[in-house]
Ligand binder design. Structure first.
Ligand SMILES: Cc1cc2nc3c(=O)[nH]c(=O)nc-3n(C[C@H](O)[C@H](O)[C@H](O)COP(=O)(O)OP(=O)(O)OC[C@H]3O[C@@H](n4cnc5c(N)ncnc54)[C@H](O)[C@@H]3O)c2cc1C
Ligand code: FES
Length: 292
């Protein structure tokens, strides 16, 4: 659980995205694309889920890439090489189903781009051991502007074609990932779409691909507490059935996800999160009990 390396991937306009390489041979040995870990940065901290972006089974290391969103990810971002995480559990969740599909479109937005990288690499290779060609990968990456785009080179080498979309047109094409998705689907046939990013983006991707009846997997970013299927916090309705994102997911068929419910559930603690974040900041030690 020792941090070996730390890289600041982005620190622009208030957006901080960092990578930590962590020594954890057991998790690295068993990890598969699409799985995640649950970690605590400190003894008083919360448990948060982060995707296993890269693993080196020989060196026994794993890499996590995270955006500083609130208190826990900010605390994690303050750790340095030589420090250890308080706890780290994984690999968790079902791996993404890696097989030969044919033509695939990957759609990544914001820090979700980091989460599609391991899946892109595995899908590109799928089929190769049998001497066949791997899947044909078309990747669409989206960010607000050029400065916030991450992992372009890495995804380029895992893709046959790549398209960059920025909200302000400062790089690639101006527009959303879903604009490019619509364009591609109107011109060609695809066998699978895999998408990770903000909920509104995944919801739109699923809405568009449904018209073309293309299987669409999304990595649901439901709130998690225990990540063992016991607390029920990460409930997602898929085709009207209750699923737990941590043990049944995190990948689900995007055409069946009740997006409105997922959006609502993910905001359910936002008021408390703000309050707790302030208490932790005031106390300075991560504890949440008001001091008098
Ligand atoms: C399976 C899975 C994989 C993920 N992988 C990554 C990743 O690779 N990189 C990355 O940057 N982020 C990832 N996330 C999201 C990450 O867990 C949240 O950004 C983090 O928990 C925020 O915690 P915080 O205390 O810093 O922020 P908070 O202030 O607590 O919350 C900020 C926002 O983060 C989300 N969030 C908060 N707590 C949780 C929680 N326990 N579980 C899930 N979401 C939460 C909420 O939407 C909230 O509005 C993943 C989430 C899931 C479910
Ligand atoms: S996080 Fe508790 S059931 Fe999934």
């Amino acid at each position: 659980m020792k941090i070996l390396n730390k890289q600041i991937i982005k620190d622009v306009a208030g957006v901080k995205i960092k990578q930590l390489d962590i020594f954890s041979p057991d998790i690295a040995a068993n990890a598969q694309p699409g799985q995640f870990v649950m970690l605590m940065a400190s003894e008083n901290g919360e448990r948060i889920p982060l995707t296993l972006v890269n693993t080196d089974k020989i060196k026994g290391t794993l890499s996590l890439i995270f955006q500083e969103a609130g208190f826990t990810t900010q605390s994690l971002g303050r750790l340095n090489p030589g420090d250890s995480l308080y706890s780290l559990v994984g690999p968790l969740g079902h791996p993404t189903e890696i097989k030969k599909y044919g033509k695939i479109i990957l759609v990544g937005g914001g820090v979700g781009i980091a989460e599609i990288l391991p899946v892109a690499r595995a899908l590109k290779k799928a089929g190769l051991p049998a001497g066949q060609a791997g899947n044909h990968i078309t990747t669409i990456l989206g960010s607000r502007n050029k400065d916030l785009l991450i992992l372009e080179a890495e995804l380029k080498s895992a893709s046959d074609q790549i398209y960059i979309m920025t909200d302000d047109g400062s790089y690639g094409r101006k527009g959303f990932t879903t604009d490019m998705l619509k364009e591609l689907l109107s011109k060609d046939k695809y066998d699978l779409i895999y998408s990770v990013g903000p909920i509104p983006m995944m919801k739109m991707v699923a809405g568009i691909s449904k018209e073309y009846q293309i299987k669409t997997l999304v990595s649901s970013n439901a709130l998690m507490v225990d990540a063992t299927g016991m607390c029920g916090c990460c409930r997602v309705s898929v085709f009207g059935e209750v699923k737990f994102s941590c043990v049944d997911g995190p990948d689900f068929d995007g055409h069946g996800v009740d997006w409105e419910e997922l959006e609502k559930r993910n905001k359910v603690y936002s008021v408390q999160e703000k309050h707790i974040c302030n208490l932790k900041k005031n106390n300075g030690d991560g504890s949440i009990f008001p001091r008098v």
